[in-house]
Ligand binder design. Sequence first.
Ligand code: ADP
Ligand code: MG
Length: 518
Amino acid sequence: MYALEMRDVAKAFGPTRALKGVTLTVRPGEVHALLGENGAGKSTLMKILAGAYRPDSGEIRLGGRPVVIHSPHAAREAGIAMIYQELNLAPHLSIEDNIMLGREASHWGWLSRGTQRPRVRDVLARLGHPHLSPDTLAGDLSVGMQQLIEIARALVFDAQVLVFDEPTSSLTQADTARLFDVIRRLRAEGRAVIYISHFLEEIRQVCDAYTVLRDGELAGTGPLDAATDARIATLMIGRSLDELFPTVPHTPGEPLLDVSQLAGQRLPRGATLTLHRGEILGLAGLVGSGRTEFLRCLYGLDAVRSGRITVAGKSLQGGPAARMRGGLGLVSEDRKGEGLAQSLSVADNLTASRLGPYTRAGWLRLSARKRAVRQWMGKLAIKARHPDQPVSELSGGNQQKIALARVLHEEADVILLDEPTRGIDVGTKSELYRLMGESAAGGKAVLFVSSYFRELLATCDRIAVMVRGEIREVRPARDWTEESLMIAATGGLAEPPADRIPPPLTPANPPRGSSSTD
Ligand code: ADP
Ligand code: MG
């Protein structure tokens, strides 16, 4: 018997088929990992379960009984609870009020504090916090404790199915460990838990079974013990890791781009970096750390307050046109806004910044240009019907290739890429990695800004980490891990592993130097 069955669930948003008939089954007392790359359909499936979206087709059963979940309220009544990344507590209300919120209307139409309090205490105790006062204001709690209150609320409603959507992304390691304890308690109580996360290591700690979605379809499911990490990664990306990250041999040479103490109006704040010919240098960091501003300052799009930029020893100044002549090329994060002129053709977008080769005595030789553009389209496998097609008609991945083709066409020596693989399919990602490798092999230098640590680790020679507008640390890629990058990106504030946390200073554990007799 399953606690939850979602069978052949389909959902489209206009032309986007987010779910193409997906099945997910979870047993009571099971923690089930729901996995998949960005855009695979995980959140859509869970929003259907939560009553936020209606499925186009498919069936949902709870404890074997078919149900129709037509609203968030209906989901809650049916015993389904969502614990989201961003918490939904009222900070000015007490723990008790938050837990009972939405539950207050009793059969008698009024609220009985007397019967309410023991239930709150019972739930807190079951979650391992018998001493927490129900009167504490939610706003005074840590993020981890606030999350616990959300879970307590789910238990007061006696939720049988609990969904955690990337619950640890803003938790410290200690809070994460506590959360895992709570999830194990939920499992021991026979509840069904669905756990969404990108971190396989976490999933191995708490989950029993897994389901992988890929492009809105079921890619695989089964007990976690029976699947290796490599197997799961392969299910997620639809090909092996070697295929996703093609290796193009290249060797870093002499310094090419030298940036010293670069500061913008707000960000960056004194960033220093050296990029070599034939090198792919990754730039990791959290959103808002200043990586985009750094590239914009380099390319002359944002005003530079102080600092020095040289390419092959020559100092760079002025606006984007001057920087381009100086050897820089930028593929910006915002493809739609400043990246490409959406209404213009593939040919115009690709060549407008360097028409020289197709101009003779002041005339643009259209046929020569068209031939060249066709060659670029072939080289980068750009799927457009013809060079005159407006770029607005192309998919995001193909637009991204045109943005890169333009920079290559400009014959930039230093290629600046800002989140180039975001929101594009795995096949195109893989082609972009190959083009980056080929560029490095051709003696160019590539600066690769990305928030996906895995792709940085797989494609870069070195990786630098930006924190609050400064380059904090640069190391060869092989000396980083996803975890150490995350710690560096958060400013090294992540807690050390538990075995390195010093014991608390309690009377039983006096500080060194005090008179102790053991
Ligand atoms: P995941 O949570 O696995 O990253 P999502 O369920 O958020 O994936 O998205 C699946 C697909 O559906 C993506 O292509 C996404 O762009 C699309 N999508 C999700 N929600 C909406 C929406 N409200 N409107 C249009 N498209 C959406
Ligand atoms: Mg999601």
